[in-house]
Design a binder for this molecule. Structure first.
Ligand code: LIP
Length: 272
């Protein structure tokens, strides 16, 4: 086991440098033209050459500065020392919001987080199209452009603007739509924007009051969940579980339990 664990601030500085270069590559490749390189879980779960190129760029950049760390990415999975041999693991989604990226919609991001001993301690989310950048360190707060972020102060679920998303499997989407149909009369409105990392960052600054989604992978939420938590949101799964593929809920303290209980009653973590 590698004995040295760098400070979160040091890891964040590396993450920001790497994410900025990666976002520049994604932006350039978008301008040059993007097409589907392959599909994954379903015919709508697409990957582009940019997803793959950006993840390779991120991994190569991390290897140069921290060659003994582990890496876990959406497109190439786990890399580096065998599991458990490195205290630091980087979790990367090269382009979160890939369908938006494919269609040229300005809502997609490079998401890069650093874990120490399994806990996320630093994270950056950078919108590829707009250059907006959110950062956080564990205990150090969440920021966008140097401004410290605070989440919504909303206390009434019926007044809450709630973000969510859907999986790629038709059966799961049908279940998620049924849950949404039952939820929507009880909130202000819903926004489905297509990138979990950015949805979590918008919630961190109150541009969404809350966010939930079933089916997210670690790379979708590792960095954005830290930004959200450091801005005052409670980020968890159902029944006190940590956020994970069954369900992630991010909400201000006053809204978390009402939203949690309604989602639990609707079976939001169930279905295919
Ligand atoms: C996306 C998630 C989003 C979800 C989309 C998609 P990807 O990740 O960030 O929240 O609703 O269906 O899964 O596939 O673009 O990396």
């Amino acid at each position: 086991m590698d004995g040295s664990a760098p400070r979160p601030r040091e890891l964040l500085e590396i993450a920001v440098d790497v994410a900025r270069d990666a976002a520049a590559t994604a932006h350039r490749m978008r301008a040059e033209g993007v097409s589907v390189a392959a599909t994954k879980s379903t015919v709508t779960d697409v990957v582009t050459a940019a997803d793959r190129a950006v993840e390779r760029q991120v991994v190569d950049a991390l290897r140069r500065v921290r060659p003994h760390d582990a890496v876990f990415g959406e497109e190439y999975g786990a890399g580096g020392p065998e599991a458990g041999a490195a205290r630091v693991r980087w979790v990367v989604d090269p382009i979160d919001g890939t369908v938006n990226y494919l269609y040229g919609l300005p809502y997609c991001a490079v998401s890069l987080a650093a874990e120490v001993d399994g806990e996320v301690v630093a994270g950056v989310v950078r919108n590829v199209a707009t250059g907006e950048e959110w950062t956080a360190t564990a205990g150090g707060g969440a920021y966008r452009g140097g401004e410290r972020l605070r989440c919504s102060g909303e206390t009434d679920l019926s007044q809450a603007l709630v973000g969510t998303g859907f999986g790629y499997d038709p059966g799961r989407r049908a279940h998620q739509a049924r849950v949404l149909a039952e939820l929507i009369p009880h909130v202000r409105d819903i926004r489905r924007q297509g990138a979990a990392a950015l949805d979590l960052c918008l919630a961190a600054e109150g541009r969404l009051d809350a966010y939930y989604e079933k089916g997210l992978a670690a790379w979708d939420h590792a960095a954005g969940a830290l930004v959200a938590a450091e801005a005052g949101l409670r980020v968890a799964g159902l029944g006190g579980l940590p956020p994970g593929p069954d369900l992630l809920i991010a909400a201000p303290p006053a809204l978390f339990q009402p939203l949690h209980d309604r989602l639990a009653a609707l079976g939001a973590s169930g279905g295919p």
